[in-house]
Ligand binder design. Structure first.
Ligand SMILES: C[S@@+](CC[C@H](N)C(=O)[O-])C[C@H]1O[C@@H](n2cnc3c(N)ncnc32)[C@H](O)[C@@H]1O
Length: 316
């Protein structure tokens, strides 16, 4: 089984690597496809730290890159703890951060992980199998209102209320144990021609909640910023509109602090130069080759400070 086919590899390398001797972080190493390309873009002095919150990804990459020596270090962690990881390694500055969000093909294709509504597995959906919250708890313990809100906010699903109500009625009879049971219940009460879309949205919503995906992203961004060199890059691939919005705002939001700076406020926020005026998407040829690339959207930005604010104190 192929672990994962990396998407938009050339664009990632194009935007990410500014210094082949630099230190880079892959915050979601997965099967290491992008990591491999990043390593090829570095020279012997360059280093890559790869992290993932999934044990299976970490083990897979530790084997995959066993001959790369200390050019790459692969660690089990969540990218929201990226600052701790760098501190422990005594790294105070990095040249770039790459993140390829969401789930790997390996996770989707492993039935026991519960990431797919197309097969019957346990209701898990945990990327980090050491955490306690899982999909089973969400489906069986969250109130009807909270479930409906979750499906609406994280799944942008119109039938959110109806689905939440049906779940609560079903679980009064018996605990909902498997992905098959949940998928069948959703199929029973929604129009058949929309089943695929509705199930994808419900799965997306539960997965985001189980793994606190948006919270992780926000905290990760905030914590990495002080470690990014001036001119260092952040390149992120997102797969749904919620994370894409968050990435766009983060990059743009930092530019918004620029207006405060014009009012002579001391810069306390973050500043980026956005490098992708338009989001980068895979072309048809890539989508043909790898249908899972279809929803990928890449954005990149560079840490930046307007020249007239450059003083010995505020430039790291
Ligand atoms: C789309 S895959 C990455 C694929 C990878 N770029 C490759 O080429 O194989 C996403 C990976 O990110 C990991 N992940 C998602 N959120 C994470 C987080 N907050 N912290 C660490 N890893 C995370 C998942 O476990 C998964 O392995």
């Amino acid at each position: 089984m192929i672990f994962h086919v990396p998407v938009l590899v050339e664009s990632v390398i194009h935007f990410l690597i500014t210094n082949p001797e630099g230190i880079y972080v892959d915050g979601t190493i997965g099967g290491g496809g992008h990591a491999d390309a990043i390593l090829k873009g570095l020279d012997q002095k360059g280093r890559l730290i790869g992290i993932d919150q999934d044990d299976e990804a970490v083990l897979f990459c530790q084997k995959r890159f066993s001959s790369a020596g200390n050019q790459i270090l692969i660690l089990h962690n969540a990218f929201e703890h990226i600052d701790r990881v760098l501190n422990e390694l005594s790294i105070s500055e990095i040249d770039g951060l790459f993140m390829d969000l969401g789930v790997s093909s390996h996770q989707i294709d492993t039935i026991e992980r519960g990431f797919s509504y197309m097969s019957d597995g346990p209701l898990s959906m945990q990327m980090n199998t050491h955490q306690s919250l899982d999909a089973r708890e969400i489906v069986n313990a969250y109130s009807e209102e909270v479930l409906a809100d979750l499906f609406y906010r994280y799944g942008e699903e119109r039938h959110a209320r109806r689905i939440a109500r049906a779940i609560v009625q079903e679980r009064q009879k018996k605990v909902i144990q498997s992905t098959g049971e949940l998928a069948n219940l959703v199929r029973r009460i929604t129009p058949s021609r929309y089943h695929v879309k509705i199930l994808s949205r419900i799965w997306q919503a539960i997965r985001i909640e189980v793994n606190d995906e948006l919270g992780q992203l926000q905290r990760g961004f905030k914590r990495i910023y002080p470690y990014l060199k001036m001119g260092g890059r952040i390149v992120v691939i997102g797969y749904h509109s919620l994370e894409d919005r968050l990435i766009k705002r983060f990059f743009r939001g930092e530019c918004a602090t620029f207006s405060k700076m014009e009012k002579q406020t001391i810069p306390s926020g973050y500043d980026f130069r956005v490098l992708t005026r338009r989001v980068v998407r895979p072309n048809e040829e890539e989508i043909q080759r790898n249908p899972r690339a279809r929803s990928a959207r890449l954005r990149a930005a560079e840490k930046y400070m307007p020249t007239y604010f450059k003083t010995a104190e505020n430039v790291r």
